[in-house]
Design a protein around this ligand. Sequence first.
Ligand code: TMP
Length: 273
Amino acid sequence: MLTQLRLLLLEDAPADEIERRLPPDELEALYAWHGKKEGAAEAFLSLDEYDEKASALLYRPGRRAASGRRGKFIVLEGLDGAGKTTHIELLRKRLLSDGRSVYATAEPTASATGGLIRDALSGLHPRAASELAALFLCDRIQHNINPKNGIKGFLEAGTDVICDRYYYSSLAYQGIDSDIGWVAQMNLGCPDICTPDACIFLDLSVEKCVERMAKERVTAEIFETEEIIRRVKRRFADTFRMCNDNENIFIVNADREKEKVSAEIYDIVKGIK
Ligand code: TMP
């Protein structure tokens, strides 16, 4: 389970704001970790790698709901340009070489609804945020239950599913211009939408995401501006606050060598029983 400190770091909150907004027990723990009050949050912000003691400030032991499924359902999330495609492929290969059966998939899907979504994202057919939220919901339901290559079928057959984006993206992206509570209710309350065993968020600064996108993309989609990405990142923090009690959410520092990031993702997935 993520601590409030981890969520504030995700929001890129400055040190003084962290000290102001942290609950008293976490603030005490932060001071104890640093050995003194002065500059404790600042010292934490400047750390790239966390030792065991520091990582206890970021995560609390969480519960895993018994899913009754045989395959593991892993979602990778992140801002545009955070490296999801690369890390999904690396994870897929590692799980395959462990002898597991793996299905990698993505949202929006290639369904007819996915096509409507792509037209909206490219700006060809503009849609209101609520319309987009509904289209993503419809696409996600299909993605779960369609009999040919639905997520539920794979999990029940013992295949691991790795999904590039899921309902967390709906809450974060549609939640900036529509009501996040409404988007959450539709998605989290839908009986045909499976809860993942883990959501792994690749955390990269807004500046780095924008830089990577400028290098990699030929055309920009509607959410690919620095201002929107900044708002989406804060919405991801709100999203994880909402899901934190009932789900396994991990935030991985993606601003490191590819091998280190990939090893951490693999360890998280191996840890899911
Ligand atoms: P991607 O294929 O590059 O990840 O792009 C998908 C875009 O769709 C990305 O900008 C995030 C956005 N998106 C939403 O707005 N809501 C959603 O529910 C999902 C899955 C994606």
